[in-house]
Design a protein around this ligand. Structure first.
Ligand code: PMP
Length: 346
């Protein structure tokens, strides 16, 4: 074997990276990854006649047509991604850095920026998990970022950022502002889609992953066609496979079911929050998403003790000290989680 110093051959930005850790732990009740507990098994029938020998529709025309109608935007305002993760990659590849984002937030903004060798500017949220506007605007002035990512509702804190602050950033940053609305379907506010026509630098990102279709890896962005046109240049030709396109199209047509699943998750989120708030030593944070962040006296012990009972949540220790994050599951799963949480002795 011809031995080589592989580490030395890797770009230094990549060598210093820590890979996103999508842990696969065996468990009975999986409440760690912000997936929906409700799937679309009937939609799978749509792949029956699929031709596996042909490449997928590179433009995902039917899927985009459906999304465009639902969102009341033009087809040329939509770009499809293999999950919104891929679109984050494409956006940074297109516009470059510095890339600015608040922390804690979704870790992929930072990981991809680093992988692509772009400067990262991470600005801590304030005590209410809202944007620190003064700090952001001052960094905008001094560092002149090319891209700003705002996840609203924010993962892992669950809250929406103040719309006024977000608007100030869109109006005063002079760069592309991406509002990541992965969790918008669970929020009480309408989101930023209606503002697209007023701000050319605004990009909205959405995904099907949180509404029952995580396995498909299908996300999309909505923006001015000029932006879509530029980002499309770095898109790999067949990035959304035929299977995903077909199932997504069928599932998106099941509007009633989709709405009812979202309604159940929102009502279970309310119940979970109320019940968690009654437990000694637990502080849940209000959420507009399909998960709840909560602080707990001894997070390591709580995590292990839940896992011991087969319930997997996410330990947010690295991002928000003393906190765990639980995804809203089916009613029975949530009840089992609450029972297990009450039984922990600190
Ligand atoms: N944005 C946010 C805020 C997320 O939390 C996630 C998933 N954890 C994503 C984007 C990525 O979603 P997708 O499955 O579409 O890649």
């Amino acid at each position: 074997m011809l031995a080589m110093n592989i580490k030395k051959l890797v770009k230094k930005e990549v060598s210093g990276l820590q890979a996103y850790n999508a842990k696969e732990l065996p468990c009975r009740i999986k409440l760690d990854a912000n997936e929906s507990p409700y799937g679309f098994s009937a939609a799978l029938k749509a792949v029956g006649g699929l031709k596996t020998n042909r490449y997928p529709d590179p433009e995902a025309k039917t899927l985009k047509g459906l999304l465009a109608k639902d969102l009341r935007v033009g087809k040329d305002s939509i770009l499809q991604g293999n999950g919104s993760d891929e679109l984050i990659y494409y956006l940074i590849a297109t516009f470059g850095g510095p890339v600015l984002y608040p922390v804690p937030t979704f870790s992929m903004y930072g990981i991809i920026a680093q992988a692509l060798g772009e400067k990262r500017i991470a600005i801590p949220l304030n005590g209410e998990f809202d944007l620190d506007l003064r700090n952001i605007l001052s960094e905008v002035k001094s560092e002149q970022p090319k891209l700003i990512f705002l996840s609203s509702p924010n993962n892992p804190t669950g809250n929406c950022f103040s719309s006024e602050k977000m608007l100030k950033i869109i109006e005063n940053s002079g760069c592309i502002v991406v509002v990541d609305e992965a969790y918008q379907p669970f929020a009480s506010e309408r989101g930023f889609l209606p503002l697209l026509k007023d701000y050319q630098n605004l990009v909205i990102m959405r995904t099907l992953s949180k509404i029952g279709l995580a396995a498909l890896r299908t996300g999309f962005l909505i923006a001015d066609p000029l932006i879509v046109n530029e980002v499309n240049k770095v898109r790999l030709p067949f990035n959304v496979n035929s299977l995903s396109q077909a199932v997504a199209i069928a599932a998106l047509r099941e509007k009633k079911e989709l709405k009812s699943f979202i309604g159940q998750i929102v009502s279970e989120r309310r119940r979970l929050f109320k019940e968690m708030a009654k437990i000694n030593g637990i502080r849940p944070y209000p959420s507009e998403a399909n998960f709840i962040l909560f602080s707990v006296n001894d997070p390591k012990k709580a995590y292990a003790s839940l896992l011991n009972k087969g319930i997997l949540v996410r330990n947010m220790g690295d991002a928000v000290r003393g906190c765990l994050r639980v995804t809203v599951g089916k009613p029975g799963e949530n009840t089992a989680f609450l029972r297990a949480l009450k039984e922990i002795r600190f």
